[in-house]
Design a protein around this ligand. Structure first.
Ligand SMILES: Cc1cc2nc3c(=O)[nH]c(=O)nc-3n(C[C@H](O)[C@H](O)[C@H](O)COP(=O)(O)OP(=O)(O)OC[C@H]3O[C@@H](n4cnc5c(N)ncnc54)[C@H](O)[C@@H]3O)c2cc1C
Length: 369
């Protein structure tokens, strides 16, 4: 069987690894370079509890995604030979005033009811775990099983593992449309007019996935939601756990970099870093860790989170073109969801029933809207 994966972001690379590892002749077509869009720009949290806004199928999916991630990370390192710097330090979600505390207490309650591990801490207890925290911390929830990784290395790890399993990657390869024959995809049409043949096509083109022609009847629309990051320099180990608050987050890297995020902006496909974005992010970071006022600024960047109309991913077979699958719309959680998405798509391509009920994430939901 021959598969074409459109898009070499973390999702396309994870899918390619799982397909190639099962003997599917897989080609990833990436219009630019592998892993340089949202998957490069992200903060790298494997954090179902820090990201979720409430209980439900998406929260359950994210919790399973964390387990799926944990289950493959050693194999991925062995297969690809790249260490994605998976750190198990947990996440502290802090409140700096009474109103924030009330919100986080509600969060702790529904998460505990939903079966997640949450510890409620006083400000002093939180500061014992992370002494750099603001003395104004009044309360925190500790999520010891939420993780982080270096998403750039992780994307390259999936790609390297995919290559070693036999997948091919073509960079500078822009897909314009599906090549439809007899109601099925015979492959894809490239911007230079060439056709590339395949038995199955996976659309993992991130914020651009809705632009591939031939899938209009699915009515899946994707839009980019800009997120900016400010990267600071500190000594390695300055901060232990990733720190979240309602004002922003701080994610440490092993080499000492501290990623402060983020914004959630409707700015089209514009990846500019703005003064307003930097101002919001740095104000949030300094509120959580006031000592960062003297940290050196290193870099700032922005990326485009792929969002569907209901902000849930779109996974599985296209209702209109039977041998095409969607693997897109991962919005704020594509790093967390990368392993499970690869697993689900490989299951579907191989004719197995995925372990996850996909109803809430199927493309069919948009045809009914
Ligand atoms: C600031 C920020 C912070 C984030 N933090 C986190 C986090 O902590 N944890 C988390 O889980 N998620 C996080 N995310 C979300 C995560 O980055 C995304 O959900 C994820 O990267 C999406 O991966 P993707 O492969 O679908 O998209 P992308 O990485 O955007 O890849 C899509 C690829 O498709 C290619 N492509 C597009 N059109 C075509 C075409 N026609 N032909 C060929 N190739 C094409 C593009 O060039 C691109 O390389 C964050 C995002 C941002 C912006």
């Amino acid at each position: 069987m021959k598969a074409i994966v459109i898009g070499g972001g973390i999702i396309g690379c994870s899918v390619a690894w799982r397909l190639a590892a099962e003997g599917v002749a897989t080609t990833v077509l990436e219009r630019g370079r592998v892993g340089q869009e949202a998957s490069w720009a992200a903060a790298g949290m494997i954090a179902p509890q820090a990201e979720a806004d409430g209980p439900g199928p998406f929260f359950d999916f994210c919790m399973k995604a964390r387990d799926a991630f944990e289950a493959i990370v050693d194999r991925l390192m062995r297969d690809g030979g790249i260490d994605p710097e998976y750190d198990r330090a947990g996440i502290l979600y802090v409140a700096l005033d009474a109103a924030e505390r009330a919100q986080l207490e509600r969060r702790a309650k529904w998460q505990r009811t939903a079966g997640a591990e949450v510890e409620e801490l006083s400000g002093a207890e939180a500061r014992r775990i992370e002494p750099m925290l603001s003395p104004e911390t009044v309360y925190a929830i500790h999520m010891p099983t939420n993780r982080r990784t270096d998403n750039r290395k992780l994307t390259q790890a999936y790609a390297a593992a995919a290559r070693k399993a036999g997948a091919e990657f073509a960079e500078g390869a822009l897909v314009e449309a599906l090549a439809i024959r007899g109601g099925r995809a015979a492959g894809v049409l490239m911007d230079d007019g060439a056709t590339r043949e395949a038995d199955v096509v996976i659309n993992a083109a991130g914020s651009w996935a809705g632009e591939i022609r031939g899938l209009e009847a699915d009515r899946v629309k994707l839009r980019p939601v800009r997120g900016q990051i400010v990267c600071l320099e500190a000594a390695p180990g300055t901060i232990g756990p990733a720190l979240f608050s309602l004002r922003g987050y701080l994610v440490p890297r092993r080499d000492g970099r501290l990623l402060a995020g983020s914004t959630t902006e409707e700015a089209g496909y514009n990846k500019a870093v703005t003064l307003a974005g930097i101002e919001k992010i740095t104000r949030g970071a300094a509120a959580i860790v006031p000592g960062l006022g003297t940290a050196a600024f290193r870099q700032a960047w922005a990326g485009l989170r792929p969002a569907t109309r209901d902000l849930l991913p779109v996974l599985g077979f296209s209702p209109s073109v039977p041998n095409v699958l969607w693997a897109a719309g991962h919005f704020r959680s594509g790093i967390l969801l990368s392993a499970i998405t690869g697993e689900i798509i490989a299951d579907l391509v191989k004719g197995r029933r995925p372990a996850i009920e996909l109803g809430a994430f199927s493309a069919a939901r948009f045809r009914e809207q």
